[in-house]
Design a binder for this molecule. Structure first.
Ligand SMILES: *Cc1c(COP(=O)(O)O)cnc(C)c1O
Length: 439
């Protein structure tokens, strides 16, 4: 039996979470970056291997997705200094510089899922192609687009469970390469995302239940078909490494922008979190590249704080938000997850700084503010990222954290990165509705 009361008594953030009160949980298990790697089963070589695989596919991606030509077939988003938003948020307590990592505008899928999701589809295609002697890794991957190879892929099915964006990314990528694809959508998934997928020839199965159930059913259906491959957001190491590549690219952008990053000029990165795979992979990569100069925070809705509960109790995916009488219902469809990924809590244990929760109405306030100050539109889930830089200094636990790292007198040196995880594909009429929500 889960001793809920014990956790509520011992961990203030868990008590807040149970009352649906926005909070900050500081991870007591964070250790020195060098020491963290002893406990983590992934290495920098794993990230480089993923990066090289994406480079092998770049010519093919340019062929299939002309919008990727500008960056040579590499799907990457800008890092943008958002000075007007920064100025506005200073009135609300922000200190330091504010940047937006615009995964909201990534090519092909318009969300962070264009990293991990597309990467796993490409890796699966490559594995099949190599096993069946269609290609060698040093050949031109554009030949995977010829009729014979497309006919080969069409014998195989790719399946995935999704609240929306993962389905979009995997559906679009798989269908484009020639695979059959089935997306199992939870009740949170927005209608326009299902419509868009169906228009691309993707089979969409709808569930009345939440994300975990959609994943479970999808996994089951896929396991019964030897020609089907299930992309498992709750357990996939491949997705995770696809996300981690973001850090190599971020490092370049930070250098190009002349941003100093060291322990006295730290990076504080805030990433909206659902099941934990996308933010986890990005966090792993950033920590690997920037070490102790990077401080990574996740942000979850007050109604779906599954990674916070998993990590704070140490029970990880053995607990769900429903076990704590939390309903899992949120407007942030990308974050509407009741149970964390099976391994992300363990990998994040020595490297994550903490997790914020925020109320749904704040998502829409941040959304309006970003639109008004910068003329940038991102989806509600993605707006969760702003909670971190704005609320950091309002929490006593954050001040203790900053003192521990000798940062209280260097607050203006902090480079805050709000990771905007989605938005480009949201239809304009729906975006206009969002902009009027919770007014
Ligand atoms: C998927 C998603 C996230 C979080 O990723 P997880 O891997 O589920 O934690 C955040 N924001 C948006 C917009 C997403 O689609």
């Amino acid at each position: 039996m889960l001793d809920k009361e014990k956790f509520i008594e011992e961990i203030p953030a868990v008590a807040d979470v149970c009352e649906l009160k926005p909070t900050l949980w500081i991870n007591p298990n964070l250790v020195d970056a060098e020491k963290a790697w002893e406990e983590i089963p992934f290495t920098e070589d794993d990230i480089l291997d993923a990066e090289r695989r994406l480079e092998r596919f770049a010519p093919l991606l340019m062929e299939y997705f002309p919008e990727t030509k500008e960056k040579g077939g590499i799907i990457e988003s800008p890092l943008k200094k958002i000075g007007n938003m920064e100025k506005k948020l200073r009135e609300n307590g922000l200190k330091g510089e504010l940047y937006l990592k615009m995964d909201s505008h990534l090519a092909v899928a318009g969300s962070v899922k264009a990293r991990g999701g597309i990467y796993e589809v490409l890796k699966h295609a490559e594995d099949l192609a190599i096993e069946n002697d269609l290609i060698d890794p040093d050949e031109d991957y554009r030949q995977l687009a010829n009729d014979k190879n497309r006919a080969f892929f069409s014998k195989y099915t790719i399946q995935v469970g999704s609240t929306g964006n993962l389905g979009l990314s995997i559906g679009i990528a798989s269908a484009t390469l020639g695979f059959k694809v089935i997306v199992h959508m939870s009740m949170d998934a927005k209608q326009w995302k299902k419509d868009l997928l169906r228009s691309k020839g993707v089979k969409v199965v709808e569930y009345e239940s939440d994300y975990s159930e959609a994943v479970k059913q999808g996994r089951k259906e896929s396991d019964q078909d030897p020609y089907s491959y299930f992309i498992d957001d709750e357990n996939s190491k491949t997705l995770f490494l696809g996300y981690a590549v973001a850090a190599l690219r971020l490092k370049k952008q930070i250098e190009e922008n002349g941003i100093d990053v060291d322990e006295k000029n730290p990076l504080f990165v805030y990433i909206p979190c659902g099941v934990g795979g996308a933010p986890g992979g990005i966090a792993f990569g950033i920590k690997k590249i920037f070490g102790n100069a990077a401080h990574i925070f996740f942000v979850e809705p007050t109604h779906a704080p599954c990674v916070l509960l998993g990590m704070a109790t140490g029970l990880n995916n053995e607990v769900s938000v429903q076990d704590f009488n939390i309903d899992g219902l949120t407007e942030a469809d990308g974050l509407a997850v009741g149970r964390a990924s099976g391994f992300v809590g363990t990998v994040m244990k020595p490297i994550l700084s903490g997790i914020f929760t925020l109320e749904d109405k704040e998502l829409f306030n941040f959304m309006r503010m970003l639109n008004e100050t910068e003329n940038i539109k991102i989806e509600p889930s993605a707006c969760a990222a702003f909670e971190g830089p704005v609320k950091l200094l309002t929490y006593k636990s954050a001040k203790e954290y900053l003192e521990k790292f000798d940062l209280m007198d260097k607050l203006e040196n902090i480079n805050h990165i709000a990771w905007a995880t989605g938005g480009k594909l949201v239809p304009e009429d729906i975006m206009q509705e969002y902009l009027k929500t919770y007014l």
